[in-house]
Design a protein around this ligand. Structure first.
Ligand code: GRF
Length: 217
């Protein structure tokens, strides 16, 4: 029997449009994801994600280099806010800043990111946004996709939680491929978060293991 558990408290970090952020909010509102969105942290006051949080009345904080020039002070402020909100899982959704070691240490295996390609290919420093899809098409691979992974101190290198495959078509441009992958991201991210929400994931070194839904203990 599936246990009924309290919703996991998630804080989303986003810097841009925030379409993944919106999709997560929708999954929670429709009852598909057993989570409570406790807040949004952004470095960018002009982000679409921030506008959406304002419309929805979701608590948010702008924490950036402009307001907190010192890295250490900035990370401390982020941790302070995360604690105020009783955050249990940090969800990066288009967050353009590297997560400080202090935050990673404070939330071990409790920070996830979504990357719009099949890691460990097409990841690492500089591989973000349209650059990823340009590199994918240039390489000639026939499949791309998305990866949800746990965040560690190296770019795009933490344990993989979930991947989805998306075909690369002959007539794809980086933009068309990006769009098709984004549609899949919106479905996949909530699925990956549910592994944490339902306590179905274990991490062992570089691997993760996901218990089947409704599996007996
Ligand atoms: C997505 O493509 C995600 O994979 C990457 O950043 C993008 C964010 O898009 N990490 P959005 O702001 O959620 O629309």
């Amino acid at each position: 029997m599936k246990k009924v558990t309290d919703p996991i408290k998630i804080t989303v970090f986003a810097s841009g449009t925030g379409s993944n952020f919106r999709a997560i909010v929708q999954s929670i509102e429709s009852g598909k994801l057993n989570a409570k969105l406790v807040g949004l942290i952004s470095n960018n006051p002009g982000a679409g994600a921030v506008e959406f949080a304002q419309i929805k009345g979701i608590p948010y904080q702008i924490i950036n280099q402009h307001r907190y020039p010192d890295d250490n002070v900035r990370d401390n402020r982020i941790i302070e806010v995360l604690k105020e909100w009783f955050t249990e899982l940090i969800v990066l959704a288009g967050y353009m800043k590297k997560i400080g070691l202090k935050i990673i240490t404070a939330y071990p295996n409790r920070i996830v990111n979504i990357h719009p390609a099949l890691l460990p290919s097409f990841g690492g420093k500089g591989m973000y946004g349209i650059h990823v899809h340009e590199a994918v098409i240039h390489s000639g691979v026939k499949y791309s996709g998305l990866t949800v992974h746990i965040v560690n101190n190296e770019y795009d290198a933490g344990p993989i939680v979930l991947q989805r495959i998306v075909s690369v078509y002959d007539d794809d441009t980086p933009e068309t491929l990006q769009q098709r992958i984004l549609v899949e991201e919106h479905k996949a991210y909530s699925e990956a978060i549910s592994y944490f929400a339902d306590d179905r994931i274990t991490v062992a070194g570089q691997r993760t293991f996901i218990k089947r839904e409704n599996a007996e203990d």
